[in-house]
Design a protein around this ligand. Structure first.
Ligand SMILES: [Mn+2]
Length: 321
């Protein structure tokens, strides 16, 4: 595919029990993997300074510390075929061109690997608008829903900010790609969304579930319920995980994380449930800036763990549990 390049950095891995040995590069477009992984290393489109463009590389570096065996579920993930398609080639300065490439690449990948789950590693949250447009291009007759775990609505006005990380959901709704009523946001809390944005969300019918409300039921159970409702209306669900949904104490490497956010365990259990839902076909993880992380890479490790929980869910779904 013309806008994909090998990751800038990869492990020299033989066979073994660890994630870097299990995930193989995508070499053969005729094979049918379970998951296609690809990176979109861009953060020039972030409203605030962000090094999230480095996340795809750091994510791949840190996965070496994880085994493919999930002790909690007594489940080895190694039979699930993950293929790393590399990173979308970003233009050095031209954000619009980079976004266009993310959209085109996503469209090609989801069309070519229709049976696979696609997983995009950002990048800032602007990549989600590109990826969802790409999915819609590939399947124009399908109705696409979005499950968003985020502290923010991301419905600021593109007329003001352009295709930035504060605007992806509004780009998709105003652009007619996704209906407002087909967007569910879980994780909103506190003082981080101005009132006019909530007004916009209500007008468009975005389903807003505050973290406090979700906790009454348990966040993972709330995710299950919301996914069931969404799946009744749409043909496929695109899940977007803004890592800023995590509490700032858990995710110091996410510039926009806040006090009062999700615990790591709430996110993990949510992803385990998301992975088990059949309507979910695509996922992304965005806005983690490894340059702000702790010396022990706490946030990137949490990001890899979260991704593995989603894959555990996928394996459980395949086994029909
Ligand atoms: Mn966001």
């Amino acid at each position: 595919m013309k806008h994909l390049q090998q990751p800038e950095w990869s492990w020299r891995a033989g066979e073994g029990d660890f994630v870097h040995q299990w995930v193989k590069p995508l070499n053969d477009e005729t094979e049918i993997p379970d998951m296609i992984l690809y990176g979109a290393p861009i953060s020039r489109s972030s409203i605030s300074v962000s090094g999230a463009s480095l996340y795809p590389m750091e994510f791949r570096k840190l996965w070496k510390g994880f085994s493919t065996y999930n002790l909690d579920e007594d489940l080895d993930l190694s039979g699930y075929a993950v293929r790393d398609a590399g990173d979308v080639t970003m233009h050095t300065t031209n954000i619009a061109l980079s976004h266009q490439r993310i959209e085109e690449t996503t469209s090609e990948l989801v069309r070519t690997f229709d049976l696979a789950t696609t997983c995009l590693i950002g990048g800032d949250h602007s990549v989600t608008a590109c990826a969802v447009r790409g999915v819609k291009e590939a399947f124009p007759s399908e109705r696409v829903g979005i499950l968003q775990l985020d502290t923010h609505l991301d419905v600021r006005d593109p007329a003001e900010l352009g295709p930035a990380n504060g605007t992806p959901i509004r780009q998709l709704i105003d652009g007619g790609t996704v209906r407002g009523e087909d967007v569910v946001n879980i994780g909103l809390h506190g003082y981080f969304n101005a009132a006019p944005l909530v007004t916009y969300a209500k007008e468009k019918g975005i389903r807003m579930v505050t973290l406090r409300k979700a906790r009454e039921l348990g966040v993972a159970q709330c995710v299950v319920n919301e996914l069931s409702l969404l799946a009744k209306k749409v043909d496929r669900v695109y899940v977007t995980i803004d890592m800023d949904v995590l509490d700032i104490a858990v995710a110091p490497g996410v510039p926009a994380s806040t006090p009062g956010g999700m615990s790591a365990e709430e996110l993990f259990k949510s992803l385990l449930a998301i992975g088990q839902h059949k309507a979910v076909r695509h996922i992304d993880f965005v806005c983690l800036d490894p340059t702000r992380d702790t010396a022990t890479n706490a946030t990137v490790k949490t990001g890899v763990y979260a991704w593995l929980e989603f894959i555990t869910g996928r394996v459980l779904l395949q086994r029909g549990k």
